[in-house]
Design a binder for this molecule. Sequence first.
Ligand SMILES: NC(=O)c1ccc[n+]([C@@H]2O[C@H](COP(=O)([O-])OP(=O)(O)OC[C@H]3O[C@@H](n4cnc5c(N)ncnc54)[C@H](OP(=O)(O)O)[C@@H]3O)[C@@H](O)[C@H]2O)c1
Length: 229
Amino acid sequence: MTGATRGIGREVVAQLVAAGHEVLLGARDRAAGDRAAAAIGAEVVELDVTDDASVARAAQMVRRRGGLDVLVNNAGVPGHACDATEIDAATIRAVFETNVFGVVRTMHAFAGLLRASAQPVVVNVSSGLGSIAAAVDPDAHVDTVPVWVPALHYGASKAALNMLTVQYARACPWMRINAVDPGFTATDFNDHRGTRSVADAARVVVDLATIGFDGPTATFTGDHGTVPW
Ligand SMILES: NC(=O)c1ccc[n+]([C@@H]2O[C@H](COP(=O)([O-])OP(=O)(O)OC[C@H]3O[C@@H](n4cnc5c(N)ncnc54)[C@H](OP(=O)(O)O)[C@@H]3O)[C@@H](O)[C@H]2O)c1
């Protein structure tokens, strides 16, 4: 589970541990990870998704512990809200580094371990703001957009993550891989302006993390079912 020191990620770990699963709580900051894990009863794996060496070390640690069945790519950054024309390449690259290339790093590093699992499952924590169908629908995101709009760089990064999800699913039929939209959730991510609780948001992620091999792949799911791509 990447990015699990706080917010939705920490709550996903808590719900999975409560359901009896053995969970590694991913943290780029060891002390923050230890604090979060102590309250939940999980083990920490140090993992910064922007750092190849860190992700490779995390994969080695997981291999030494015996492997993994489920990878949840949750780590994400919003980027700063600003006018679209103020966004330069460096700004968008920084958001993609975590939200898109971070997932490519973990998929690259953990693919061998996932392949060794009897029922490998990946969940990519996306966003409704990554839905191109919603972006062109004037009635969509009416609750979110007026209060929080880093939509150009953030939305583009999650749209890219959605396409990665589908392409990994096509290329790797031996695993289940799905994107989820946890909904507009009150966390540090949006200065707690979100309207959903982390408990509700985490349930969407947990549902897709605990599917069996007869479960779906290449889907985009939110609280109300399928989210349009
Ligand atoms: N909140 C919402 O309304 C909402 C809606 C839709 C989708 N999402 C998605 O849900 C996911 C979690 O969001 P959240 O609201 O829980 O955000 P959050 O409270 O800001 O937590 C973000 C988590 O990601 C970690 N992280 C950031 N950069 C990282 C990196 N380079 N390597 C490893 N971990 C990193 C953070 O670790 P540190 O503590 O070290 O910073 C933190 O644990 C994100 O992917 C976000 O895009 C959120």
